[in-house]
Design a binder for this molecule. Structure first.
Ligand SMILES: [Zn+2]
Length: 345
C-alpha cells in the first residue's frame, strides 16, 4: 500500500543537502481501503534523511522525508482504529503477506523498506499509511518523545537483543555516542542491566553519555587501549554504526567470544578486517537493519517499564532545514524532532 504524505510537508526536491528539502503544500484526499489517515503531531530526523538530501540514497525526488512519526488518527476504515486514537508509527515498510512477513520477519521481506526513504515519510501534517504500521502511543511519552524513539530504538533493540544476544552480566561498548542510534543503544543496554562503555570524539558528548548512564566514556582515538584497561579482557559486545574509521579499534576491544553488531557505516562503505583477530578470538561480526513488528512491540513494552528516548532539540516543521543542518553537522546528542503545528488537520 502506498504511503501518502499530505498537507504541509517537508519535501526532498534536490540532492544539495538540507537546502534541497523544502516546505510544500500537498493535496488532501480520503484514505484508501486499509489505510489510516494520521494527523502527525511530531516527526523526527535520522541520519538517513541527510543521506537522502545529499543524493546518496538514489531516491528520485520529490519525496517527503522522515521515518519517525506520532499523531492522532484522523480517519480510518479499519475497526481497530478510530478517530482520536493516539498512535506511533512502525517505521519498517513490508508487504505483510509473504512467507517472511507471516513468520514475523518483516526485515527480510522482498518489499522491505524504510518509511520516508522507500515511500513518502512523516514530515507532514497528515499521513495515509497501512493500518498495520500503527501502534498505540506510549502514554508516558510527550508527542516529541513519541516521535523520537521509533527508528533508532527499534534498530538498537534488534541489534542488542535479537542479533548480539546481550545479557545483563555483560559489557557493551557503544561507539560514536552522540548519534541517535547510539544514544538509544546506551539507554537500552542500561535498561537490560548491562555495563555500558561509550566512545566519542567530543568531550561534551562523552560527558552526556555518562549522564545518560554509561559507566565510562573514552576518546575515539585508539579507544581499545582504554577499553581493555577498564575491562581486563575487553567487551562482550561492540555496538557499531561508524564503520571503517572505528572497526579496527572495535575489533581490538572485543573479549574472547565477543560480538560486533553493526547497522551502519557512516565513515565509508568498505572496511578492512584483521582476519586472525576474528577467528582466533572466536569473534562474531553481525549485521542488522531496522527491526520487526514484534521487536517494535518489545520496545513499547520496555518504554512502559521506564525506557526513555532522548530529545536533543525541537524545531517547528517550517524550520526543517535548520533541523537537518544540526544533524548534518553532528551537533546533536539524541534526536532532533520536528513539531508539526496544525497537525490536527
Ligand atoms: Zn513481506
Amino acid at each position: 500500500m502506498e504511503v501518502l504524505s499530505q498537507g504541509k510537508a517537508a519535501v526532498y526536491e534536490e540532492p544539495i543537502g538540507p537546502a534541497g528539502v523544502r516546505i510544500r503544500e500537498r493535496p488532501r484526499t480520503e484514505p484508501k481501503p486499509g489505510a489510516v489517515a494520521v494527523a502527525v503531531q511530531a516527526a523526527s530526523i535520522n541520519h538517513l534523511d541527510l543521506w537522502l538530501a545529499h543524493g546518496a540514497q538514489r531516491v528520485t525526488p520529490p519525496r517527503v522525508i522522515a521515518a519517525d512519526g506520532a499523531g492522532v488518527v484522523h480517519a480510518s476504515d479499519d475497526p481497530a482504529w478510530k478517530p482520536g486514537d493516539e498512535v506511533v508509527l512502525f517505521p519498517t515498510l513490508c508487504c505483510w503477506e509473504c512467507e517472511w512477513c507471516r513468520a514475523g520477519e518483516n526485515v527480510k521481506c522482498a518489499s522491505f523498506g524504510v518509511l520516508g526513504e522507500h515511500s513518502d515519510g512523516t514530515a507532514c501534517e497528515l499521513i495515509h499509511i497501512d493500518s498495520r504500521n500503527l501502534f498505540a502511543k506510549p502514554k508516558a511519552l510527550s508527542w516529541e518523545e513519541a516521535a523520537a524513539f521509533p527508528l533508532t530504538f527499534l534498530t538498537a533493540w534488534r541489534m542488542l537483543t535479537t542479533r548480539a544476544q546481550l545479557r545483563a552480566d555483560e559489557t557493551v561498548l557503544v561507539v560514536g555516542a552522540g548519534a541517535g542510534v547510539a544514544v538509544a543503544a546506551i539507554r537500552i543496554a542500561k535498561h537490560l542491566g548491562a555495563r555500558v562503555l561509550a566512545t566519542s570524539r567530543s568531550e561534551a558528548k562523552r560527558k552526556l553519555a555518562l549522564e545518560l548512564g554509561a559507566d565510562a566514556a573514552f576518546d575515539s582515538s585508539a579507544f581499545s587501549k582504554g577499553v581493555r584497561e577498564a575491562t581486563g579482557d575487553g567487551v562482550d559486545v561492540v555496538f557499531e554504526h561508524v564503520g571503517p574509521a572505528t572497526l579496527e579499534e572495535s575489533m581490538r576491544s572485543l573479549a574472547m567470544g565477543g560480538r560486533i553488531v553493526t547497522c551502519g557505516s557512516t565513515s565509508g562503505v568498505k572496511a578492512e578486517v584483521s582476519m586472525p583477530r576474528l577467528f582466533f578470538r572466536q569473534a562474531s561480526l553481525l549485521g542488522s537493519t531496522m527491526g520487526n513488528a514484534s521487536e517494535f512491540e518489545s520496545v513499547l513494552k520496555a518504554i512502559d517499564h521506564g525506557l526513555r528516548p532522548v530529545v536533543d532539540h525541537i524545531f517547528p516543521l517550517d524550520r526543517v532545514q535548520d533541523a537537518l543542518v544540526r544533524v548534518d553537522n553532528t551537533e546533536q546528542f539524541g534526536k532532533v524532532v520536528l513539531s508539526v503545528a496544525g497537525g490536527s488537520a
